[in-house]
Write a protein that binds this ligand. Structure first.
Ligand SMILES: Cc1ncc(COP(=O)(O)O)c(C=O)c1O
Length: 447
């Protein structure tokens, strides 16, 4: 694969960053531009999102999405529950508006499950049902972030959180991860630096279990350390945990929420990865004052989360289906993770390093310095395989040599084929550019 500059341009055209615009599109853009609010003017389709459009072509094996596998959806049970609900006297309730806080019985069963699993004790005022955790993130942005606010995130971090918070225009500070999650000493250093400048971070946003995109998990020791630091510097912690139940090996670790003794953790949980993302159903548990403000903020957004989805989830949980079905999802995904890891072991160039997640949906891959995965992307598309370019997960786009691979959505047959294609592209690309792995001390994940 000789990479001639002209050829590169041709391949790159297959994934144009901004699509082709017609004269009418351009006229419409100008017509509305002067009407849009300043904050809307700043909203732009990300280049990465545009790149990802090509990954939806049917002949491409995509490791780019962040989607659960449709095989994991308990369609039969949902169908039965739905029919049962609509044929019963619950129907009127399921089809009516509900309270902004969410169905009280659903809040109760979620809290009960939390108490049974982790010993967390809270009451109905500690929990709000949201339209996906994505809405939880937006509500937190609404109530905490002003344009001169400072927040701390991990590097890399979840792209959806980055987008949700960026809308409120904070200064974003980052702390790197290693194979045991966020590095507490660097977190403390970051807080101290901010304090010296007279700035107080509004919160730390962290994904402690099977991180998206890094795949790593915060160790128990670090969970305790993190909370000690949070206590010392009076820091709020947003714990986003969509993957915690999807553990394929090892012991479950207690969430920060249940280890915290000072009411400083806001925990986000979701049904998206253990039931269905299409139901758009999630929850936030935290200090009552915070939940109260989230309720007020939500009233202006959607009045309430889909009552139909809430009633179905309530029946699903209280009928014991959730606990019965999660092991099936774990079995399905564990096999896919193992397939991807063994295929990578077999064929990835030795210059590449990657994480071995104990759960969740993602593997994080890092190449030698000088590798730019955005540059690599069009060649991968030409070979009919796709990934997400790593720089998307850094607020400052500073890391160029990384990529995120999803192993839950592709079929068992496609995983080894796609990994072989990606290996070939990497092999040629690294050789062509004469890129070698740096020193052993190089972090696989952090900045
Ligand atoms: C870390 C993280 N937080 C939140 C979400 C959003 O989840 P939901 O479908 O509940 O909005 C995702 C989805 O991929 C995620 O990876």
């Amino acid at each position: 694969m000789h990479i001639h500059p002209q050829r590169y341009k041709e391949v790159q055209k297959m994934c144009p960053p901004d699509g082709e615009k017609s004269l009418k599109d351009m006229r419409d853009e100008m017509r509305f531009e002067s009407l849009f609010a300043e904050r809307a003017k700043k909203m732009r389709a990300s280049e990465i999102r545009e790149l990802l459009k090509v990954t939806q072509q049917p002949d491409i094996i995509s490791f780019a999405g962040g989607l659960p596998n449709p095989e994991s959806f308990p369609k039969g049970i949902i169908s039965e529950i739905m029919k049962g609900v609509l044929d019963s006297d619950m129907a009127s309730r399921a089809l009516q508006y509900g309270s902004t806080e969410g169905l009280p019985e659903l809040r109760d069963v979620i809290l009960k499950r939390f108490e049974e699993r982790f010993g967390y004790k809270g009451d109905r005022d500690n929990i709000i049902i949201t339209t996906g955790s994505q809405q939880g993130l937006d509500l937190l942005g609404r109530i905490f972030i002003g344009s001169r606010s400072h927040i701390i995130m991990e590097a890399p971090t979840y792209l959806g959180a980055l987008n949700a918070f960026k809308f409120y225009n904070p200064s974003i500070h980052t702390v790197p991860l290693d194979e045991n999650g966020i590095m507490p000493s660097l977190l403390e250093e970051k807080i101290k630096t901010l304090h010296r400048r007279g700035e107080t971070p509004k919160f730390l946003y962290t994904v402690p279990n099977f991180h998206n995109p890094a795949g790593v998990t915060l160790s128990l020791e670090r969970r305790r350390e993190l909370l000690e630091i949070a206590s010392e510097y009076d820091l709020l912690v947003v714990e986003d945990d969509p993957y915690g139940e999807l553990r394929y090996e090892g012991e479950h670790l207690p969430p920060l929420l249940s280890l915290d003794k000072e009411d400083r953790v806001i925990y986000l949980g979701t049904f998206s990865k253990v039931l269905s993302p299409g139901m758009r159903l999630a929850w936030a548990i935290g200090p009552k004052e915070v939940i109260k403000k989230m309720v007020l903020a939500k009233q202006g957004v959607d009045l309430c989360t889909s009552t139909l989805s809430q009633v179905i989830a309530l029946e699903y949980l209280s009928g014991g289906h959730m606990d019965k079905h999660i092991p099936n999802i774990i079995e399905l995904y564990r096999k896919k993770r193992d397939l991807m890891l063994s295929s990578m072991e077999e064929s990835f160039p030795e210059e590449m390093a990657w994480t071995r997640p104990e759960g969740g949906m993602f593997i994080w891959v890092r190449g030698p310095e000088g590798l730019d995965t955005k540059e690599l992307f069009p060649y991968a598309i030409e070979k009919k395989v796709a990934f997400v370019v790593g720089e998307a997960f850094y607020p400052d786009r500073s890391v160029k040599n990384a990529m995120r691979l999803n192993f839950t959505n592709p079929s068992d047959e496609d995983i080894p084929v796609g990994i072989k294609r990606l290996s070939d592209v990497l092999e040629h690309f690294l050789k062509e550019r004469d890129l070698k792995r740096g020193g052993e001390e190089e972090l696989i994940i952090g900045v």
